[in-house]
Design a protein around this ligand. Structure first.
Ligand SMILES: CC(=O)SCCNC(=O)CCNC(=O)[C@H](O)C(C)(C)COP(=O)(O)OP(=O)(O)OC[C@H]1O[C@@H](n2cnc3c(N)ncnc32)[C@H](O)[C@@H]1OP(=O)(O)O
Ligand SMILES: CC(C)C(=O)C(=O)O
Length: 594
């Protein structure tokens, strides 16, 4: 059967007509559910099974029916529903239940799966010295006897798709394995699964084990050999691939690699490794998985099981397609394949074209920043970009992950500033419950000299403003103050906005000039962004003051003429110590803002 690139041969339990086809046996609902804390409800298991069918897995191990009435019901429902649901490529997945060799377990398992179109029972018994001696307290002969009896019993129940696993095969004596496996083949087993139950093997050892079982087990050529690799040494995927290269044609795995202890081979890793490297180095191996369903399946399993996917998890982790460093980002912007061996879209992870997985942070460079700025609508000159880049880097040193909101706040702080007359260099505020909030500022005036000013206020922002006033000495009244945008996280950027207007003597004295000029009372806005809300507030205030002073010095040039034209005269221009003189504005005139 062929759909797109998927070529899935007709299902026959003990045979695959395509020698390169690898069956994917998903055990998320059995071994995956054995992850501590990952218990799933029957409804969740059914949803996941449906999703696995959509993903294209060949065999779904739905549970361990004897474990509990609920698990029995879950497996039975999955067998009846998903096990009879024809997928778009015409395939109906095999539904499998696990069982010890005990007859009662076998019967329960068969009862649970038998309504599926393709029912399978998977039975197991341990074969390593340590398991036989201490856990089972059985001799080798007894273990063989139990295994053979189990397979025959399943046959007698009408089950003709039988998987047998010698548990802890990775630490078992290979000669004993050849013997027991040969016997279960004779009894009617159709798949021999070789579990590295404790994740003990190294890839070359596991590959050799599969090869030696194929070579030395009587009748092995008439069954499917399978891998089941636990991840105790982080080698589950590597071992599974080594097994497939050595001739295994079924790989057992779980979504997100969940499973007993350190988990199992991760389906997405095995499948994508086969997909991307199968042709080149794995003798043309391929699977029936539709990768575009990988990400939604991973998400569903993670949500339902509560097993959070680590950010750097291959294929499905949050960082799997995220690029933080400047050199990588630059490469990505030029050609995505410089740093991505598959696209996020190919595994079903939607990505907006403009962000392309580029995460701005302390390792980013100008090219990445500029590209994000362009996508936000800014076209900067090289000098402007250099300025913003400096502030961006200093923010990124303190804050993990710079969001678009951070950039917008930085841009408005950077670009929407008036000509700098007074520059805020440093600010320190002491505040709390044990005294008056006190601020010290260092500012550079229009003469280029840095001065220190001090202020005491009702709060830290008020103290900072008083300290600024002690140096700038224009009389201004704060008419509005707001924190208009705060980005996320503890190191977030605060974006403050203030409105000021001239006040006191400046305002009264200048009334007539402004009346004569026909102007209205002006308000001046300023904005500032910083990780420190008081610094952001001071930046906003200084920005508004600069605007006001700048306007005053322009108005001064026109005011005398206007004053001459008025009957009242009185062009009392307030002089500020930066050398510029300014007209003041009438209090009760209509307001407008700049
Ligand atoms: C490697 C794996 O992942 S194997 C699958 C592991 N998964 C699970 O165990 C989850 C489901 N398990 C359960 O719900 C329970 O363990 C049950 C229902 C299966 C059994 O519960 P209990 O009957 O109370 O037995 P318990 O779990 O305490 O002990 C296991 C018994 O099974 C025996 N046993 C273990 N494996 C097998 C086997 N493959 N075939 C036959 N007997 C076995 C043990 O020797 C032990 O026997 P004992 O009671 O005579 O000492
Ligand atoms: C039941 C078997 C296949 C198993 O889960 C293991 O050995 O790890």
């Amino acid at each position: 059967m062929r759909v797109g690139e998927i070529r899935r041969p007709e299902y026959v339990p003990n045979r695959i007509d395509d020698p390169n086809y690898v069956r994917i046996f998903d055990t998320t609902l059995r071994d995956g559910e054995q992850s501590p804390g990952a218990t799933l409800t029957s409804k969740e298991k059914l949803d996941i099974a449906r999703q696995l069918a959509k993903l294209g897995v060949d065999i779904i191990e739905a549970g361990f029916p004897v474990a509990s009435p609920d698990d029995f019901e879950a497996v039975r429902t999955i067998a009846m529903e998903v096990g009879n649901d024809v997928q778009p490529d015409g395939y109906v997945p095999v539904i499998c239940g696990l069982s010890r060799t005990k007859f009662q377990d076998l019967e329960r398992a068969w009862d649970a799966v038998r309504h599926a179109k393709r029912p399978r029972v998977h039975t197991f018994i341990a074969t390593s010295e340590i398991h036989m001696k201490y856990k089972l307290r059985m001799s080798e002969d007894e273990v063989v006897e139990n295994a053979v009896a189990a397979v025959k019993h399943l046959r007698s129940l009408g089950c003709n798709d039988i998987e047998f696993s010698p548990e802890d095969a990775g630490r078992s004596n290979p000669k004993f394995l050849y013997r027991i496996l040969g016997e279960v083949i004779k009894a009617g087993a159709t798949t021999l699964n070789i579990p590295d139950t404790t994740g003990w093997c190294l890839p070359h050892e596991f590959g050799e084990l599969i090869a030696s079982i194929r070579k030395n087990t009587p009748g092995a050529e008439n069954v499917i050999i399978s891998t089941h690799c636990q991840n105790d040494l982080g080698l589950a995927t590597a071992n599974s691939l080594a097994g497939a290269q050595a001739g295994a044609r079924q790989v057992e795995c779980t979504i997100n690699g969940i499973g007993e202890r350190a988990g199992n081979a991760s389906l997405e890793e095995v499948v994508m490794a086969i997909k991307l490297r199968g042709n080149e180095v794995m003798k043309g191996l391929h699977t029936g998985i539709r990768p575009v369903h990988i990400y939604p399946t991973s998400k569903m399993v993670s949500d339902y099981s509560g097993m959070i996917v680590q950010p750097h998890k291959a294929i499905v982790g949050a960082n799997a397609f995220a690029h933080e460093s400047g050199i990588h980002q630059d490469g990505m912007l030029k050609n995505r394949e410089t740093y991505e061996i598959m696209s996020p879209e190919s595994i079903g992870l939607p990505r907006q074209e403009q962000d392309r997985g580029i995460v701005l942070g302390k390792h980013s460079g100008r090219n990445a920043l500029n590209s994000r700025l362009r996508s936000l609508g800014y076209e900067l000159s090289q000098t402007e970009l250099d300025d913003v880049f400096k502030r961006f880097k200093s923010l990124a040193d303190k804050k993990k992950g710079i969001s678009d909101e951070d950039i917008l706040a930085l841009m408005s702080d950077e670009l929407h500033q008036p000509k700098v007359i007074w520059e805020l260099l440093d600010l320190q505020v002491v505040c709390g419950t044990m005294g008056m909030p006190t601020a010290t500022v260092q500012m550079k005036g229009p003469d280029g000299i840095a001065r220190i000013g001090v202020g005491v206020g009702t709060g830290p922002v008020d103290a900072a403003y008083k300290a600024v006033d002690s140096l700038v000495r224009v009389e201004a009244e704060l008419s509005d103050y707001s924190v208009s945008s705060v980005t996320q996280g503890i190191e977030a950027l605060a974006h403050t906005r203030v409105m000021i207007r001239p006040s006191g003597k400046m305002s009264d004295a200048g009334y007539s000039e402004h009346a004569a000029l026909g102007t209205v009372q002006r308000q001046f806005s300023g904005s500032g962004a910083n990780e420190d809300i008081v610094v952001a507030s001071a930046r906003a205030y200084v920005s508004a003051l600069n605007k006001m002073i700048g306007w005053m010095s322009v108005a001064q040039k026109v005011a005398p003429r206007a004053a001459r034209a008025t009957a009242s005269g009185g062009a009392a221009l307030a002089s500020v110590d930066n050398g510029s003189s300014a007209p003041s504005a009438g209090k009760d005139l209509a307001t407008s803002s700049m």
